[in-house]
Design a protein around this ligand. Structure first.
Ligand code: ATP
Ligand code: MG
Length: 421
């Protein structure tokens, strides 16, 4: 892609209202644009990153049997009435009126915009499940969620309209649900490792749905809104709502390690919901002996747009973003210096075309601006490898990694073989 054609151009200044790092760098770099508080356009660069995040999630969900589909976002009031979630939290602990966008159409019919999809999946299941032979079911989708968040100040970390991958599983027994739940926990760990995060899994209460705890995937980040406690020795972790101790305590699990306290960003959450939904929405199956039994249910969420913001929060320097190669918008950023000189221009063009042929996804800064401006933009956008061609580099290419100082002169072959590693 030619940088001269990329929409939009980078900005020198962050918007005045931006307080968080992800907001500043993602807007300046041209990854996202704010329509109003909590509502964002994913611009071409931002969409490239989110598409890569989604693909990693998709691969790991498919690997444990997930089937991707797409559910509607406009929901009738009746379905949310069945579980009581249409109501207000003031009247019942489940009430979700405070976060739901609810409205009437011109004929007085009532709707909500989707803030999650448990009820919708339950409706699908009761129409399509008869016997134990129809279970288990593993379905998921990527879609927009709408939540009337009180505070929408953390850039793209907390949107009022945001993307979620939500996965739902249905089972014949608690054991089958919990076996799958543990598989999901491992799949989530793989996803967050592939994304390059340093994260902890913390237990949180299951609320009204289940006596089991749920699990949150928390990225360690000074700027995170959550506070978590974890062991420096074993896998134990709890969020601050359920941990009764303090930092420095002996680990309640292994008794060897010490409890560490940290700020964190919740990027994923998994819920072993049990039969709560099936009982309220009458979702039954017949077991081998013909007895009617409620379906066991789990739900599993990740917010790809929050992941985008979290990656910036934990991976940047004072000049801009530092993408990890697996989710970077491009593999390499090719920069020509003093490209007006026809020799450098034609060598840059040749290099660009050869890189594309070698299947390297490259952004070529072909603009007629100063070297300083190009380097500053390259640091801001944060593509992992910068390739410079100039009068000085001759028929070689200067290679520099975004997170390293060292510059090296390499041949085209060396460049492609390193990029292909
Ligand atoms: P939080 O406690 O941060 O408000 P939550 O626990 O309400 O989030 P879940 O319902 O568990 O969120 O949603 C699953 C995932 O969706 C979260 O782990 C997060 O990655 C993402 N997510 C939730 N709310 C938002 C939001 N307002 N903006 C962006 N992503 C979100
Ligand atoms: Mg959560």
């Amino acid at each position: 892609m030619l940088q001269s054609e990329l929409f939009p151009k980078t900005r020198k200044e962050a918007p005045k209202e931006a307080v968080s790092i992800n907001h500043k760098f993602l807007v300046r770099g041209g990854f996202i644009d704010q329509l109003m508080a909590g509502s964002w356009t994913l611009l071409p660069l931002g969409w490239r990153v989110v598409a890569k995040i989604n693909q990693i999630i998709r691969e790991e969900m498919n690997a444990i049997g997930g089937q991707e589909m797409l559910m509607p976002l406009l929901h009738p009031r009746s379905i949310w009435g069945e579980t009581g979630r249409w109501g207000s939290a003031k009247d019942n602990p489940l009430g979700a009126k405070e976060v739901m966008y609810q409205f009437k159409d011109i004929r007085g019919r009532e709707y909500a915009l989707s803030f999650t999809h448990e009820e919708i999946v339950m409706d699908l299941l009761r129409k399509n499940i008869n016997s134990y032979q129809d279970l288990p079911v593993y379905v998921y989708h990527f879609s927009t969620k709408f939540r009337n968040e009180l505070r929408a100040r953390s850039g793209i970390l907390r949107g009022r309209e945001f993307m979620m991958k939500d996965f739902y599983s249905a089972h014949t027994s608690e054991k089958d649900l919990m076996d799958y739940y543990n598989k999901m926990k491992q799949a989530y760990s793989k996803i967050f490792k592939r994304l390059g995060f340093e994260f902890k899994i913390t237990e949180a209460s299951g609320g009204v749905f289940t006596e089991n705890n749920t699990h949150e995937f928390q990225v360690l980040a000074e700027t995170g809104e959550d506070t978590i406690y974890y062991c420096d020795n074993c896998e134990w972790g709890e969020n601050k709502e359920i941990f009764k101790g303090k930092e420095g305590d002996k680990c309640p699990n292994c008794r060897n390690g010490k409890v560490v306290k940290s700020k964190a960003i919740e990027v994923g959450n998994i819920f072993p919901l049990g039969t709560w939904y099936a009982e309220r929405m009458r979702v039954y199956y017949q077991d081998q002996k013909g007895r009617k039994k409620p379906v066991w249910f789990g739900s599993y969420g990740i917010g790809p747009t929050r992941v985008l913001g979290a990656l910036v929060e934990v991976s940047h320097d004072e000049n801009g973003i530092i993408w990890n190669p697996t989710i970077a918008p491009f593999d390499a950023h090719l920069i020509e210096v003093k490209g007006q000189k026809s020799k450098v221009k034609s060598f840059a063009k040749e290099t660009y075309e050869k890189l594309q042929k070698a299947d390297v996804d490259v952004l070529w800064d072909d603009r007629n601006v100063s070297a300083g401006e190009k380097f500053a933009d390259a640091d801001l956008i944060g593509i992992p490898v910068r390739l410079v061609v100039s009068k000085e580099t001759g028929n070689k290419i200067e290679w520099k990694k975004r997170d390293k100082e060292k510059e090296e002169l390499l041949s085209f072959q060396q460049v492609t073989s390193r990029l292909k590693k």
